[in-house]
Design a protein around this ligand. Structure first.
Ligand code: FAD
Length: 413
């Protein structure tokens, strides 16, 4: 039963992942006296971007997790519960435990939902029979176990309909696996099954990745969706747009699950038509509720759903929220340009750094051709980005990054 006495806060942040913790920390840095609650059910915080490297045998699982309590900024009240219901018309939300929270401002940072159940037989098969996924903390080490113990046969890698978090992750692990097998003389017949029509959403990188996958003699299959798995039989069923089914045998299967907005958002007035939180793509302010902001994977903006995007979004949310809170006529005029980044691990030791903003505009940070896989970018992915995540972003810190900009002289083909 909901409590009759709502607890009141100036700001409630729903979700304490990459976006929620960064916003909480940055708000406290800006205005230490703010009365903020952060609702987050998990006592662990995960650096999910590391799971590709865990699955590829290049990072340990424990490097990707910390206690949530060590990251909640001091002065922010952590409520270890789950949001069960949003009532934006009343400026309230209800927790699973029954408590109602009243807010002046709400920040939604719930991430997205992994719909494992949409693939028949997957729950029974995953974690055994060579069926795995880097989209789960507990399974990323099993991915590496399967890859390192693989002695040859058919290896399948799947990618569902967009949007998903880290659109490159389904193929990154194919390249790390294929590279490992090649170096060790393992004869693998690798296949990439994607619901999409190209290797990547940004054509410049799609064309470069066509060559990378061909270089591994792996076969891409476009316009097909994984619908069922039988781990014991080593069979996966795919369906194309016309409804035609094909059954594929496998010895190893890496699954990227279908993904959608969290049900609690889909069922609330915060959702737009697509089910995601409906925000202005630049100000990140809700389109219908001025006192609600959203960032990260849970919003309907068309940027790549990545921590790299969150890093550019959280200062915008904080700046715009504080402008509206000030009630002195300040406008929410800080703007997010859609920046997202995807470090594509094309082999162990090399990364292709895909960086782009709204409408697929390529914006390399470095004055280098972004299609060329480089050791420098691997170092960034393996060492620098985790450091940045734990020590800068989650602390609410930011520095004057040069604005993302196109560099057409690098992109001639
Ligand atoms: P999250 O960080 O997922 O946080 C959401 C939080 O909300 C969670 O802590 C969750 O417990 C909480 N929550 C959920 N439901 C509720 C509820 N009802 N009530 C309260 N709290 C709730 N990004 C990159 O930039 N580069 C990469 O190379 C990269 N690789 C990736 C590889 C993999 C395998 C995966 C899985 C992700 C990768 N990402 C990468 C994506 C990145 O991790 C996400 O985009 C980022 O974490 C999004 O931040 P968020 O705050 O929106 O969501």
């Amino acid at each position: 039963m909901p409590s009759t006495q709502p607890k009141e806060y100036t700001i409630v942040i729903a979700g304490g992942g990459a976006g929620g913790v960064s916003v909480a920390a940055a708000l406290k840095l800006a205005q230490p006296d703010l009365n903020i609650a952060l609702v987050e059910p998990s006592d662990k915080h995960y650096y999910q971007a590391g799971w590709t490297l865990v699955g590829g045998g290049a990072m340990s699982q424990r490097q990707t997790v910390r206690d949530q309590s060590s990251l909640i900024p001091s002065g922010v009240e952590w409520i270890p519960d789950r949001v069960a219901e949003f009532n934006p018309e009343q400026n309230q939300l209800v927790l699973q435990g029954g408590q109602t929270l009243q807010y002046q401002f709400l920040v939604t940072a719930l991430g997205l939902q992994l719909d494992w159940d949409k693939i028949a037989g997957l729950q029974e098969s995953i974690g055994q029979h060579g069926v795995t996924s880097n989209y789960r903390f507990d399974l990323a080490p099993y991915t590496w176990q399967c890859i390192s113990e693989f002695r040859g046969g058919r290896a399948l890698f799947t990618q569902p309909a967009m949007p998903i978090k880290c659109a490159g992750a389904p193929q990154k692990i194919l390249y790390l696996a294929a590279d490992h097998w090649r170096r060790n003389g393992v004869n693998a017949d690798s296949h990439f099954f994607t619901q999409g029509g190209a290797m990547f959403g940004v054509p410049l990188f799609a064309r470069a990745l066509d060559k990378i996958i061909a270089g591994y003699d792996a076969t891409p299959h476009f316009g097909v969706n994984l619908t069922a798995v039988d781990g014991a039989a080593g069979e996966a069923v795919f369906v194309d747009a016309e409804g035609n089914e094909q059954t594929e045998k496998f010895d190893f299967l890496h699954v990227t699950p279908p993904q959608s907005a969290p049900d609690v958002i889909k069922q609330s007035d915060l959702a737009g038509e697509t089910g995601w939180v409906e925000v202005d793509r630049n100000s990140l302010q809700h389109k219908r509720f001025d006192n609600v902001f959203g960032l990260g994977d849970c919003t309907d903006t068309t940027n790549a759903k990545t921590a790299a995007a969150v890093r550019r979004q959280f200062p915008v949310v904080v700046s715009n929220l504080l402008a509206v809170l000030a009630q002195d006529g300040s406008a929410a005029n800080s703007s997010y340009d859609g920046y997202g980044g995807c470090p594509l691990t094309t082999e162990r030791g090399k990364v292709m750094m895909a960086e782009f903003r709204y409408d697929g505009e390529v914006v390399p940070s470095f004055n280098l051709d972004p299609r060329v896989p480089r050791r420098l970018y691997w170092w960034l992915k393996e060492r620098f980005f985790p450091f940045l995540y734990w020590n800068v972003m989650l602390k609410g810190r930011d520095w004057d990054k040069p604005a993302a900009r196109p560099r057409p002289h690098l992109l001639g083909e």
